[in-house]
Write a protein that binds this ligand. Structure first.
Ligand code: ZN
Length: 160
């Protein structure tokens, strides 16, 4: 206990007790975050086929005067489907056979699920990093007050 004056130590401890603990530093929080991350990764693994873009449904009029599509109120020929997406500033259009339109729609929906899961995975990882950092800072602070901090120098530096 050389180097510590009891008075100072008391003050230090009092201050630390009075200050609210950083809100998320606890094993329970970390455990639930890790569980959350596992859950999101399992969801990612369960993803089916997915694709980007939007499905466009079109009806058209062929222009023949005796065709049913010439009647007012007739929806026209179709629907025909195409998938459009933008890549590097260009719009890419791909024709989707009508019988595949439903599948394409599901694939697009799955892509949005994928994006949502990515956002969630990023958020939960950032939270995990934050909690770990807070816990490490907490541990370092405890070490400082309970023992002499030993200075470590980093070992061999890589040579370029
Ligand atoms: Zn027609």
């Amino acid at each position: 206990m050389v180097g510590f004056r009891p008075d100072n130590l008391t003050v230090l401890l009092t201050v630390r007790l009075e200050e609210p603990m950083p809100a998320h530093v606890s094993h329970a929080d970390l455990d639930s975050l890790l569980a959350r991350r596992l859950h999101v990764m399992a969801e990612l693994q369960s993803l089916g086929d997915f694709r980007q873009g939007s499905l466009v449904e079109r009806f058209r009029r062929c222009g023949k005067p005796r065709c049913h599509c010439a009647n007012p109120g007739d929806p026209g020929h179709g629907p025909s489907f195409s998938l459009t997406r933008s890549a590097e500033g260009k719009t890419i259009t791909q024709v989707i056979p009508a019988q595949e339109a439903r599948t394409a729609g599901l694939q697009i929906a799955e892509y949005h699920r994928f994006r949502g899961l990515c956002r969630e995975l990023t958020a939960v990882n950032e939270e995990i990093c934050r909690v770990r950092l807070a816990a490490a800072s907490e541990a370092a602070a405890e070490k400082k007050t309970s023992s002499n901090p030993s200075k470590r120098k980093s070992g061999s530096k890589p040579r370029g």
